[in-house]
Design a binder for this molecule. Structure first.
Ligand code: ADP
Ligand code: F6P
Length: 530
């Protein structure tokens, strides 16, 4: 993980004069209290990797948490980014961040790979923290500013901000999947979440299926009309009547920056050194993930272990480097996955390794970007085997680093990246047989096929960059905010009348059915929370 030292305080000019405001649970930097003197280091996760370059290229402010509890920080700048910290208490870290965000929403939105927990006290804390973020937005945004809210931790913020500051253009982007209605419907606070999101003018999702799941939930729970990507929010829904667009904007990476790093002779040399350090095998395989049960690390290890045990791969020829960044370490399910992964690594090495030929090099650390690039360059085969992943930027980063059109990518079909990187070796990680076949195919693929497939994938990510992603999203947000009527050219009537007292108006079900055959469950109160 990169260390960042150049924090400068920002004066009172921060308040009310920001034309562009990013809002995310985390700031792009975390407070690092591990060394002799505290400093800042890059925060973990794909959101920061993707949004930080966007922020660096624009004037504006980023509102978020510093990663430590019970400590107030003044606004400061780093790398030209103006950062506005929001304080969380230890209790809020427990209930809002670890609880509702990461033990309720995270598993629910990732296909309930582990059971989500529903606790009313966690929800209360989620509401309270979302209100704090919204109040900060209302305080720092200039008149008519653009506000871009990110991810599942802050789904109530769009509605809260719209109520306080109807002058703002409000965008929301969900970095993780949005679940099918049948799963989302478990959530005791499902209607509040939908209303929270519908405060935005534009809601972006990673995949078209996520956007369709959201629109279906809106129809099924709130009975609002949807037509194509547009949702009509009628008056009397705790929101002013307005139109919302909900559609897919697949996120990407800073491709030119990574391509440049991958051409750096020092990094190329370091990649060679890594290969030597792991014994110069014929094939180096790599996995890079946060230590998370969604990433399919256990499945990957099982497949690799079986291939070695069956003699289909030889430990003298092949090595797996598994990098797993520490993540959410106090949560039970994260302790379990770490334990399981470490047990599996120990077992494979115990059973398959020889002196001088380790099967799995397991690294539970964060690394600076240069070192990560060297790992990508050192790897002949990249394994991305997530059981469910909104996008998975690692897959795209690997491709960006393969300027010589070599290397093979094994990619789970349950990642957003699978929509764009169609020439990867696609696997279903739930099917260990299929995963083993995919790994073997990648390892044994001839150079010509590797080059052809990598070229196709590199072409895709050269035109699919994070800069294009943000420009597209912000241009659409601007267009919708400036002229909402224009977003449904064939819309028959004008916007519903704005009225604070009008009763809820059921949506026209014919429109709703026109898209996906919506469910018609009527909204009920939350009842199952513990
Ligand atoms: P997620 O957002 O779920 O963590 P992504 O694959 O979308 O998953 O993004 C992860 C980001 O974190 C990528 O930019 C990746 O390069 C980076 N990353 C992952 N592991 C490490 C590590 N050990 N050290 C530094 N960066 C890492
Ligand atoms: O979307 C991926 C994401 O969940 C981000 O929202 C988050 O910041 C990141 O991964 C890392 O998780 P955490 O912030 O919980 O460490």
């Amino acid at each position: 993980m990169d260390t960042v030292n150049s924090a400068e305080p920002v004066g009172s000019a921060t308040y009310g004069d920001n034309d562009f405001v990013v809002v995310a649970n985390r700031l792009p930097v975390d407070r690092d209290t591990t060394g002799d003197s505290p400093g800042w280091r890059t925060s973990p996760g794909g959101l920061v990797t993707a949004v930080a370059p966007v922020m660096k290229s624009k004037e504006g402010a980023w509102i978020g948490w510093t990663g430590v509890a019970d400590t107030d920080f003044e606004p400061f700048t780093i790398d030209g980014m103006r950062l506005i910290p929001v304080t969380l208490s230890s209790d809020e870290v427990l209930r809002y961040y670890e609880g509702f965000s990461n033990a309720t929403l995270w598993p629910l939105y990732h296909d309930v790979i582990v059971p989500p927990e529903y606790h009313r006290t966690w929800w209360d804390s989620y509401v309270q923290v979302n209100e704090r973020f919204a109040a900060k937005v209302a305080e720092v945004a200039a008149e008519g500013a653009t506000v871009w809210i990110h991810d599942y931790q802050l789904q109530l913020v769009p509605q809260l901000v719209r109520r306080m500051r109807p002058d703002l253009a409000i965008g929301f982007f969900n970095h993780i999947p949005f679940p099918p209605f049948e799963l989302f419907a478990q959530l005791p606070w499902r209607d509040d979440i939908l209303r929270g999101l519908l405060g935005a003018d534009l809601i972006g999702f990673q995949r078209p299926a996520d956007a369709a799941n959201f629109r279906r939930a809106v129809r099924g729970r709130l009975n609002f009309t949807t037509k194509g990507s547009t949702v009509t929010v009628p008056s009397g829904q705790l929101l002013p009547a307005h139109l919302v667009r909900a559609e897919a904007f697949p996120i990407s990476i800073d491709t030119p920056y990574l391509e440049e790093l991958a051409r750096d002779p020092k990094i190329i040399e370091r990649a060679q050194q890594i290969r030597e350090e792991v014994g110069n095998p014929k094939v180096v395989m790599l996995g890079v993930d946060r230590m998370d049960y969604t990433k399919g690390i256990r499945h990957r290890l099982k497949a690799f272990g079986e291939l070695l045990a069956e003699g289909k791969l030889d430990v003298e020829d092949i090595v797996l480097i598994q990098i797993a960044t520490p993540s959410r370490e106090r949560l039970e399910q994260y302790k379990i996955i770490r334990h399981d992964v470490e047990l599996a690594v120990g077992r494979i090495n115990g059973e398959q390794a020889e002196v001088g030929s380790i099967a799995v090099h397991y690294l539970h650390h964060s690394y600076p970007r240069d070192e990560m690039t060297a790992f990508f360059l050192a790897a002949d085969v990249m394994l991305v085997t997530a059981l469910r992943d909104g996008m998975n930027l690692v897959a795209k980063e690997y491709v960006a680093c393969r300027g010589r059109d070599d290397g093979a990518l094994v990619l789970s079909e349950f990642t957003g990246a699978a929509d764009q990187l169609k020439s990867a070796v696609m696997v279903n990680p739930h099917d260990v047989g299929n995963l083993k076949a995919g790994i073997l195919e990648a390892v044994q693929m001839d150079e010509k096929s590797r080059a052809r497939r990598m070229k196709q994938m590199r072409r895709k990510i050269s035109t699919d960059t994070v800069s294009i992603w943000s420009k597209k999203f912000l241009a659409e947000l601007d267009a919708i905010h400036t002229n909402p009527e224009a977003i449904i050219p064939d819309r028959p009537a004008a916007l519903p009348e704005r009225s604070a007292t009008a009763p809820d108006r059921p949506a026209a079900k014919t429109d709703a059915r026109a898209e996906h055959g919506a469910g018609n469950t009527s909204p009920r109160d939350a009842s199952t929370a513990r």
